[in-house]
Design a binder for this molecule. Structure first.
Ligand SMILES: [Zn+2]
Length: 126
């Protein structure tokens, strides 16, 4: 974790999720129902992570994306709690974002990037 690349100050909730791999409460995120056209960026460093076109309603209570922008995120094996999952982190500052699962939309990638809303900042397309 290179904290020097993290420009923006994190709220306690962002710190808990992005630095300590926490999870926000489902259906609590501000960006869950964001439907405008634009880009979802890393809340810590501003790295563009997901486009609005990749967002879909998974019904899980967390913002879900079928794919990330090219080279925007990295994947890590995560065995916390004895469950094998794949962690999604920001490729630039390595902040924890969420996890990726294989139950995404079958007509596109089949992947569901389940991302905590607090890890994201939305920038509307102008
Ligand atoms: Zn970042």
């Amino acid at each position: 974790m290179d904290k020097n690349k993290t420009k923006n100050k994190l709220t306690p909730e962002q710190y808990r999720v992005m630095r300590e791999k926490g999870t926000e409460a489902p259906f609590s995120g501000k960006l869950l129902h964001e439907k405008r056209e634009g880009t979802f960026k890393c809340a810590a460093c501003g790295n563009p992570l997901f486009s609005s076109g990749a967002k879909f309603d998974s019904g899980t209570g967390w913002p879900s994306f079928d794919q990330a922008l090219p080279d925007a995120v990295e994947f890590k094996k995560d065995n916390d709690g004895g469950i094998e999952r794949t962690e999604v982190v920001c490729a630039k500052c390595e902040s924890h974002l969420g996890h990726v699962f294989d139950d995404g939309p079958k007509d596109t990638t089949g992947k569901r990037h389940c991302v905590n809303s607090v890890c994201l900042k939305f920038e509307e397309k102008k």
